[in-house]
Design a protein around this ligand. Structure first.
Ligand SMILES: [Zn+2]
Ligand SMILES: [Zn+2]
Length: 367
């Protein structure tokens, strides 16, 4: 039980103001673990224990069984139960789920806890009775993608409107013609980025649940999902406009997986080995899917195009100047098999030396 203003320990005090900073407090402002705190009669220090879900004595006011003095929660002296460390008395909550705080405070505290103390965050998730992690992820993903979108929009706006006097008819025409489509594009970019974050967290958390259950760990979705959703907080580094999405994503991704693995240890009581497996296996699968997709849809077509261009260049180098008709379709990938392929359609004319001045001795001549 620490002062919410300055962090000073408030146990063993009869007053109801913080001795350090003077801020008022009440035991009812806190939540305690069952039987972790003694509530003592102010007259004789007879201890009583908290029995309600908040860890407070029920009823709140009664007559002391030893001295008969009136005991009220507001006047009782609180101290940790024997054998309980002071920092183990409170029932930790995920800061985001503490509705008594303004949302910015809840957000920032959750981000810092996820990044710096994921183990404590995991313990809070284990004891959490509320939800809200999806809303947290929504705020986080939007926050991470909007600055870049705004920076892009601002740059485009600067280019489009830089020389146009504001307020003129031409200004509003330019605004409609150039900036409005870009604004729409940026909004769609933000929506896509948010959807991609949700998809990624969903897939990784789903696979992690599967891995943990196969390994024999009790991994309910209501704990695994918040663990991965809250620990994705390092994504805030992507809020650095333009730079973030390119460099920050690697830092954020690695940080996320490490934090999630540590948090799983307390949220689902997963052993170190299982927590590592629950994070590493989904990460490898997702990375494999992304890389496989990149190879299939980007690298392979690009390689084929380069091969075709090289073959066309070689053909041009050995066959001499090509006829200037340019009949072939641009980007035709089968052109490499054809020695008389049109070199004008491929961007490789400078690949070989001039065939008329010096024929390449080592180049294979196609029939
Ligand atoms: Zn204080
Ligand atoms: Zn008493």
């Amino acid at each position: 039980m620490r002062c919410k203003g300055c962090g000073y320990s408030l146990f063993n005090h009869r007053g109801r103001t913080c001795p350090e900073c003077g801020a008022p407090f009440a035991p009812a402002d806190f939540e305690f673990r069952a039987n972790a705190v003694e509530f003592c009669c102010p007259g004789c220090m007879q201890p009583y224990y908290g029995t309600d879900p908040q860890g407070l004595p029920e009823p709140r006011a009664f007559a002391c069984v030893t001295c008969g003095a009136s005991c009220e929660l507001g006047t009782m002296v609180l101290r940790p139960a024997p054998g309980v460390r002071e920092d183990e008395t409170e029932l930790h909550r995920v800061p985001w789920e503490d509705r008594s705080l303004p949302w910015r405070t809840r957000f920032l505290r959750t981000v810092s806890e996820a990044m710096v103390r994921p183990s404590r965050l995991g313990a809070s998730i284990a004891g959490s009775r509320e939800g809200g992690s999806a809303r947290f992820l929504l705020v986080l993903a939007t926050m991470a993608s909007v600055p870049t979108a705004l920076a892009v929009l601002g740059f485009i706006g600067f280019l489009a409107l830089g020389a146009v006097p504001p307020g003129s008819a031409q200004f509003s025409r330019s605004l409609r013609a150039e900036v409005a489509p870009w604004a729409l594009g940026c909004a769609m970019g933000v929506a896509t980025a948010v959807a991609a974050v949700f998809a990624c967290v969903l897939v990784v958390a789903g696979l992690a649940t599967l891995v943990l259950r196969i390994a024999g760990t009790d991994a309910p979705w209501r704990r695994v999902w918040p663990t991965f959703a809250y620990t994705s907080a390092p994504l805030v580094v992507c809020a650095v406009p333009c730079l973030g999405p390119y460099c920050g994503i690697y830092v954020a991704g690695t940080w996320w997986l490490v934090a999630a693995g540590i948090a799983l240890g307390t949220s689902c009581r997963a052993s170190v080995g299982r927590a590592i497996a629950a994070v590493a296996i989904p990460a490898v699968i997702v990375l494999g899917l992304v890389l496989g997709g990149a190879v299939l849809f980007v690298v392979m077509p690009a390689t084929a195009a380069v091969k075709a261009a090289t073959a066309a260049g070689a053909a041009a180098a050995t066959a001499g100047p090509a006829p200037a008709d340019g009949a072939n379709d641009e980007g035709d990938l089968d052109v490499g098999a054809d020695a008389s392929g049109d070199p004008d359609s491929e961007p490789m004319p400078e690949a070989g030396p001039d065939p008329q001045s010096e024929p390449p001795p080592d180049r294979e001549v196609s029939p």
